[in-house]
Design a protein around this ligand. Structure first.
Ligand SMILES: NC(=O)c1ccc[n+]([C@@H]2O[C@H](COP(=O)([O-])OP(=O)(O)OC[C@H]3O[C@@H](n4cnc5c(N)ncnc54)[C@H](OP(=O)(O)O)[C@@H]3O)[C@@H](O)[C@H]2O)c1
Length: 264
């Protein structure tokens, strides 16, 4: 039996690229997203192109029944790779946002990641093999967007993944936070972010993000930052005094259309 990857947010952007990459590597797929029609079509396409099994699990991960459906798969079937990729941004100042929208973001970016990791890990540890990639963001390395929960949610994903990764790494299981910078996907359009205001050099391509992420996972890294330019940026963020960051970040956000990282 071929190894199996379960990928959330698999119909677009980084998640769809993970699905293509793993299908090309011969893994069977279980793919999750809300749009059932798009999900069915993508599964059929991958199965035909790569000769793998691709099973759609239509589910909204912000809803209890959606989470329960995916948790059931993770606790009953042997999963070799879980990619917690589904996530969203909010392009509104915290002063103007709707609290329901903020909760929706936290439910998808944090609660779903924690619950699906919690469901998948025991079986992986029992089998002594398996890996989890939690898709975070470089936005999680600093409070880049004052007034937004997005960078805070990604700081949580990175910290959580590192902690759990350390917990299970001696038991044959890997957990890694993948922290891309701006990547060309549907993310910015969905969040209403003016992506055209970003200079060309900030953009990564999903195939490069996934290739570098999978390479870092094989190396056993707990945190992966794809591309030299974002490694340098994250290194600079780590050594810059916080007081200085607090002065320059709001100005940077304003000059980039009030958007830094991948949301505001
Ligand atoms: N793009 C960037 O610049 C960037 C940078 C750093 C980090 N990231 C992170 O990368 C991850 C993937 O983002 P992306 O850029 O690839 O986004 P994207 O192109 O907008 O794709 C989002 C995917 O998630 C699914 N999805 C959205 N809400 C969902 C829900 N409630 N339940 C289940 N599935 C849901 C979407 O399908 P449906 O709409 O059919 O559900 C779609 O398949 C996110 O965690 C994001 O924070 C992105």
């Amino acid at each position: 039996m071929a190894p199996t990857a379960l990928i959330t947010g698999a119909t677009a952007g980084i998640g769809a690229q993970f699905a293509r990459d793993r299908a090309a590597a011969g893994m069977d797929l279980i793919l999750v997203a809300r749009d059932a029609e798009r999900l069915d079509a993508f599964c059929a396409q991958l199965a035909q192109e790569h000769g793998v099994r691709a099973t759609p699990v239509p589910a909204d991960l912000t809803r209890p029944e959606g989470l329960a459906a995916v948790e059931k798969v993770l606790t009953t079937e042997p999963i070799d790779l879980l990619v917690n990729n589904a996530g969203l941004g909010l392009n509104k100042s915290f002063l103007k946002s709707d609290v329901e929208d903020e909760l929706h973001l936290l439910n998808l970016n944090i609660v779903a990641v924690m619950r699906l990791t919690h469901s998948a890990l025991p079986k992986m540890v029992e089998r002594g093999k398996g890996a989890i990639v939690n898709v975070s963001s470089v936005a999680g390395f600093a409070a880049t967007m004052p007034g937004s929960t997005y960078p805070a949610s990604k700081a949580w994903v990175t910290s959580f993944s590192e902690a759990v990764g350390m917990l299970v790494k001696h038991r044959g299981v890997r957990v890694m936070a993948l922290c891309p910078g701006f990547t060309r996907t549907e993310f910015h359009q969905r969040a209403g972010i003016a992506a055209h205001q970003m200079p060309g050099f900030v953009w990564l391509q999903a195939p490069d993000v996934v290739r570098q992420g999978m390479r870092d996972l094989r190396k056993g890294k707990l945190v992966s930052v794809p591309s030299v330019r974002y490694k340098v940026a994250v290194g600079a963020l780590k050594i810059t005094p916080r007081a200085l960051l607090h002065r320059i970040m709001p100005r940077g956000a304003k000059s980039m259309g009030r958007t830094v990282g991948d949301s505001q």
